[in-house]
Unconditional design. Sequence first.
Length: 339
Amino acid sequence: MNVVELTRALVDIESITENEGRVGSYLYDYLSTIAAGSRGVVEKMDVEPGRFNVFAYWGEPVVTLSTHMDTVPPFFASREDSESVWGRGACDAKGIIAAMITAAEKLIAENIRAFALLFVVGEERNSAGAAVAARAPRGSKYLINGEPTENKLALASKGTLRFELVAHGKMAHSAYPELGESAIEVLLDVLNAIRNVPLPRDPLLGPCTLNIGTISGGRAPNVIADAARAEILVRMVGDAAPVRESLARAVGSRAKLREVLSIPPIRFQSVDSMPTTVVSFTTDVPVFGHSWGEPLLLGPGSIHVAHSADERISKRELSEAAATYANVVKSLLARTGRG
């Protein structure tokens, strides 16, 4: 299949986080066919029952192309017009998978080895697949992580600091509110205080931002709420400690603030004279660390349509990405004397 056909085939397999088994099996079989005629090897890396990473390599890998198989909900199947492929995961990150596989086929056709493909599960939630892979490195010197950067090399990406906020109150009949204490009102007061916390700024990454992503609580309109909760995500541009401490002070003893996830911001190197960008999203790279080599961040598509009802990827960018990935692999191999 060409890169557009493969993108559509992957998009049409629903793989919302924790349900990546079918797309993993599809990729394992697809890559096994390629490997069979090119002295490659394909393996599964078990993450948990029904979930596994897919690892394919040709020779001893010096450069690894990697991205994730999972998507955010809701699933919707592919379609295409003259310019783009549409559907869940089109740019985040199934089009990227297709471009990486197409790049691998180009490299094989040129009799170039010493590279690998690594497709992981769980990036959209907790990077479970990257964590498993990080504990089983294969000697790779460079990791090209694929995310939508419009085919520009990212110089930096923001980190993530995620919290759960829980407030408790006392149930009572809403006709007699003085007999109870509303956890929802407590939560709203605390969230307002959090919204007014000053956040840092970085010269390269820009401002640290905070999003109140979910709010839930209460039992019925005529019952004073005895519990309420919210989820908060901060996009980090530096050290998490000052932000963590500021939020804790804003909450005080009024509610319980529990840290769920902390991923630091990352700065990347550039390659030759490639165009560059800076991104505000977080990736698997901090979880990989340097276990699979020096990380780079590069991929087709725009993050502005990822996770949306209008998710799509340009066919032109897909083709360009396949060529770009192959060229970057060759450039990095040349750095190590393997080109």
